[in-house]
Structures are given as C-alpha cells and as structure tokens.
Design a protein around this ligand. Structure first.
Ligand code: HAM
Length: 421
C-alpha cells in the first residue's frame, strides 16, 4: 500500500463519479419529499452506548465491526455503523409529543470494520429513512412502497423484495425455545459463529450464509408459525396492504436481519446485478428505548447502500450526464491581460448565474490555453490580449462552430446573457 492510498475499504471520490452520487442523492430527496420526509444530519460519532444498547450487545455489528475508541476525556465513542440508533437519539433529544409522528431521511457515511470485498466497504454510505411515532401495518406498506419507488427512480429497480416478521418481544422466548430444541442436536456441525449464537442470539443462526449451516437451517421450524395471534395478524395485514398496492414480494421465513431492535415486519431487497453482497437495501419495524426514557419509540425505516446502488447502475451502463468542468473559458496573453482576465471572470460570475467560468493565469501560448479550454469542455472562449485590452474589447469564440466576434468589454455580460438565453 502506498503512503497516499486511502486505507483499505475506504475510497476517494472524484468527478465525474461524484456526479452519479449527486444524482442518487437528488433522487432520494425528491422521492422522500413526496412522502413528507425531511432531512436529518446527525454526528458521525456517538457515545458507544447508543449503538450497544440499541443494536444489541450480541449482534455481529456490535461484537465485531464497530470502530470504537476512547477520546481524550476517557469517553468511549463509536463511528456510527448505521443510521437508525443516532436518528432515534436525535428525535428523543428533540422531543416527540405523545401521538406525534416524525419522518426523517439521512444520507451519509457509516463505518463497519468488515473484510473489504466488492460491495462491502469499511466506510460506506447509506441513504436511509425513519418514520417514528406510528404503529400501523399500512405505514409499513407505505414505507416499503417508497423504497421500491426510490430504487426504480435511482436506476436500481428490478430487485427481489424479501419479507418476513420478527413478531413481538413477547414471542422471543417461544421462538428461542423452539429453535434451541431444533438446533441443539446439530450444535457440533454448525459454524463457530452459529455455535456462539446458540447461546447469545439464536434467531441469528437462521440467516447464516455458511453452506453447512444452511443445510441444517433448511429443516428448522418457521418462526412466524410460533407467533402470537397479534403478531400473525399484523404480518398478514402488511402482506394484504402490499398486495393492494400491487407490490410483488416473497415471504422469506429465514430472514431475521442482523440487528436486535426489530419487531414485526423485516425486509430486504436483493439484486442479481450484485455479487455475494446482494442486499441493496434492508429495513423493518422497530421498538427502540432511547437512553433515559422509560418507554420505547415505535418506528419503521430502511437504509440502502449507495455503493451497491451505484454497482447496479454501472452494470446497466447508467451514468449521470457529464457536461465538462467549465462553460466559459478566458484565455489571457500578457501580464495586463491575465489580471484583466481575472477581473472579467469575477464580473461574469457575478452577472451570469449558473455559468461556470474559468480564467487561465498561466500566460502560456494561445494554443496551449485553447487546449485547456477544450479539455474542460468549454462551449465559449473569451480571448483577451494586450491589444484587445487597450481597445476595451474581447474576442468571443464559439467552440462548437468556431465562429468568433469582437464584443466590447462593457457589453459582454449582456451579450452572453442573450446568447445563453
Ligand atoms: P443494514 O441491513 O445493516 O441495515 O444496512 C442497510 C444497507 O446498507 C445494506 O442493505 C447494504 O446495502 C448497505 N451496507 C451495509 N453494510 C455495508 C458495507 N459494509 N459496505 C457497503 N454497503 C453496506 C441498517 O443499517 C438499518 N439501520 C436499516 C434500517 C433503518 N432499519 C430500520 N431503519
């Protein structure tokens, strides 16, 4: 690894790729706006407890993947591995009246110490939403519908929606007992992680990807069959709502998802354009008790990995329109013209909204400066030499048809305004 390379699992992002990221972000803002979601930006670091307490002490994320460190004051802090816990902390801090609902979305970097692979990064970026202060199967269906609309609009549609339920907290002991009875005889054949899960978080055995575990998991009881009547009814209402909206889904009885805060509905969207890491988005309904509160907040949300969205878009040959780096380029020949070029550029930037102006300060040959103008994709070049400067004019060249005309410096803003209109 060279000294200038970013650390493994992280990347520098440059133009023109940044254009694709902006395209995703703008699509998200536009779609979420239609459903009444507003943007929330929380800090990238939180007190470690925010995650340990909310994601669950025995989850893989908390046990193996968090970037946790002690700050100079001896406080344990963690770079956020996901957005939900911080969003709930912020909403609780802001205050939520009884019966009030809050809908937020977030876009930003998350950090997990996983082994880097295609579509698996240590710093990755999520576009996520949370709707808090509600508890209705219709809300779950609306949230999933919004995700599917977003994926389509982002050029990442066509994925498979997998749906399941985790039931209510009251269902957990019944489920744990049934799974324990089933898995115990196979304990020595399960992978090391699953052996640990048998005692710490037995439901998580169900979505282990290890082939040897998969064979055993295939015969495990369906957890949804073990749920109480209320959980079963909630799940069937979510399914009915999705049917009514015409949203195709597959019930995936083994889908439990890796975070402990989920109750009732859980879902994931997988996409065939992705490799081993095939989940482009995941989410579900949750109950989270913020620190210091005595009652949990009920919510539903999802997050989608931007790197994975871009992998799908790239596989389809979708790239954001690129329009070069400058619309107008000023070449300057001679010392006087260089400073005149700088002043002219400032006048144009002030007078012509939306036009990207670059001035050349190198005082190289006209040919070399024109080459730069071409490279930046400039549509027009203003040529300023000592001669033009002394006469108070500038030569305006249209790079598309090579036509050119002399325009007075005084009239140039109005002239360009007319041309650009
Ligand atoms: P998650 O399933 O852990 O859920 O992550 C959501 C999405 O983030 C994944 O489907 C994937 O696209 C992306 N992702 C996760 N880890 C990585 C990684 N190492 N590299 C690249 N992309 C990754 C959550 O984070 C929940 N907070 C979602 C949620 C919101 N549930 C309720 N509200």
């Amino acid at each position: 690894m060279s000294a200038t390379e970013p650390i493994p699992g992280t990347s520098d992002l440059w133009e023109p790729e940044v254009g694709d990221w902006l395209c995703l972000e703008n699509t998200a803002r536009e779609i979420f706006h239609r459903y009444g979601y507003g943007e929330l930006r929380t800090p990238v670091m939180e007190r470690t407890d925010v995650f340990v307490h909310n994601l669950g002490e025995t989850t893989d994320v908390v046990q193996k993947e968090m970037y946790t460190f002690e700050d100079r004051g001896g406080r344990s802090l963690t770079l956020r591995p996901e957005g939900t816990a911080g969003a709930i902390r912020a909403i609780a801090h802001h205050g939520l009246e009884q019966g009030e609902e809050r809908r937020i979305f977030y876009i930003g970097p998350m950090f997990r110490g996983e082994r880097p692979a295609a579509g698996r990064r240590r710093q990755f970026h999520q576009i996520g939403v949370e709707a808090v202060g509600n508890s209705s199967p219709w809300m779950d269906a609306e949230c999933i519908a919004m995700l599917m609309q977003f994926l389509d609009a982002a050029g990442a549609g066509g994925g498979k929606l997998l749906l399941n339920s985790r039931g209510l907290p009251e269902d957990r002991p019944v489920v744990a007992k049934a799974l324990s009875d089933y898995f115990r005889p196979y304990a020595s054949s399960l992978c090391e992680d699953c052996q640990r899960r048998l005692t710490t978080n037995i439901s998580r055995v169900l979505d282990c990807k290890n082939p040897a575990c998969q064979e055993i998991i295939a015969g495990a009881p369906n957890i949804t069959d073990l749920f109480c009547a209320e959980s079963k009814q909630y799940f069937s209402q979510v399914c009915a709502a999705l049917d009514k909206l015409g949203i195709a889904y597959m019930v995936a009885p083994r889908l439990v998802r890796g975070l402990d805060y989920y109750v009732h509905t859980v879902f994931e969207v997988t996409h065939s354009a992705l490799g081993g890491q095939d989940a482009v988005a995941g989410g579900g309904r949750y109950l989270i008790t913020p620190a210091g509160a005595n009652k949990p907040l009920a919510g539903i949300g999802f997050a989608s990995g931007m790197e994975r969205l871009l992998l799908i878009r790239n596989a389809r040959g979708l790239v954001a329109a690129q329009d070069g780096e400058a619309d107008l380029f000023i070449t300057a020949l001679g010392e006087e013209a260089v400073s005149g070029g700088l002043a002219l550029a400032q006048r144009l930037r002030a007078g012509l909204a939306g036009l990207r102006v670059r001035a050349d300060f190198s005082n190289r040959s006209l040919k070399a400066q024109m080459r730069t103008a071409n490279k930046l994709g400039a549509k027009r070049v203003l040529i300023l030499g000592e001669n033009e400067l002394s006469r108070g004019v500038v030569v305006c060249r249209d790079m598309r048809d090579s036509s050119q005309e002399e325009v007075s410096l005084e009239a140039i803003v109005g002239f360009l305004k007319e041309k650009e209109a």
